[in-house]
Design a protein around this ligand. Sequence first.
Ligand SMILES: CC(C)(COP(=O)(O)OP(=O)(O)OC[C@H]1O[C@@H](n2cnc3c(N)ncnc32)[C@H](O)[C@@H]1OP(=O)(O)O)[C@@H](O)C(=O)NCCC(=O)NCCS
Length: 169
Amino acid sequence: MPAPGRSAFAAAIDKTGGQIPLPHGHGVVLIATTVGAAGAGPDPCQVAGMLYKCPPIRFIDECADEGDTVQRGLTRLLAEIELLAVAPHARMQGIGGALLSEAEQMARTRGGRLLYAKVRDADRPVVRWYRRRGYRPLAWGETVDVVVARRRVGFAAGADGFRVMIKAL
Ligand SMILES: CC(C)(COP(=O)(O)OP(=O)(O)OC[C@H]1O[C@@H](n2cnc3c(N)ncnc32)[C@H](O)[C@@H]1OP(=O)(O)O)[C@@H](O)C(=O)NCCC(=O)NCCS
């Protein structure tokens, strides 16, 4: 049962502390809720935005030959924002920015160094939105050197039609 005053969705995420175990590390879910007007019914808190971040599992898997220490290091250093969405009615109020700042702060305090998101290349407003928050677009085929356990690993996260927006924390 959801806790009183919380949406069922947000309450289900709360149950796990917002953390989802993965083959490398865990994913983290952040939920932003808005509180409705007094007398708005039994569930006045509504989900207004959501962010999900996790280590880049496929890339870390591809680094298996580098050994466990390197894979653990990459799990700590790198994170992808896989999902960031604010409900249309709740946009332009700072919710997306607040979710992103919180994700950055969480990553930083856990030793994270690079945070990135894949944005549809055609979605120029979202590319600009990330730019204004300190993310830069990776050029096609560009790799970022990550030093982990005294090894230099070339991180690449490109995907057709998507632009990787990346920030050093
Ligand atoms: C991209 C997205 C997450 C932005 O969310 P948002 O909550 O509207 O973002 P913010 O409110 O933080 O920022 C939007 C603008 O509102 C402005 N703003 C912030 N607080 C404000 C406030 N209290 N009042 C008015 N405007 C405000 C900001 O200045 C910002 O403009 P800027 O980029 O020029 O600085 C949202 O548009 C969305 O969900 N898009 C669809 C999904 C998507 O594309 N996700 C990203 C793919 S990874």
